[in-house]
Design a protein around this ligand. Structure first.
Ligand code: ZN
Ligand code: ZN
Length: 51
């Protein structure tokens, strides 16, 4: 089963981990703060430091 979905963090462009709504613990903590820049460390997000 490929149940891939995007990370629930608004500023994150990664795919969520299996069994989780977020790609990382960072997004899990920052998931309720849409203003914060994603710092999950994944390359896809590292390139979105500017709006
Ligand atoms: Zn991210
Ligand atoms: Zn994420």
């Amino acid at each position: 089963m490929a149940d891939n979905k995007k990370c629930a963090h608004p500023s994150c462009k990664c795919q969520a981990k299996q069994g989780s709504d977020y790609c990382s613990t960072f997004c899990e903590s920052a998931g309720k703060s849409p203003d914060i820049q994603c710092g999950c460390g994944h390359p896809e997000c590292a390139s979105t430091t500017k709006l």
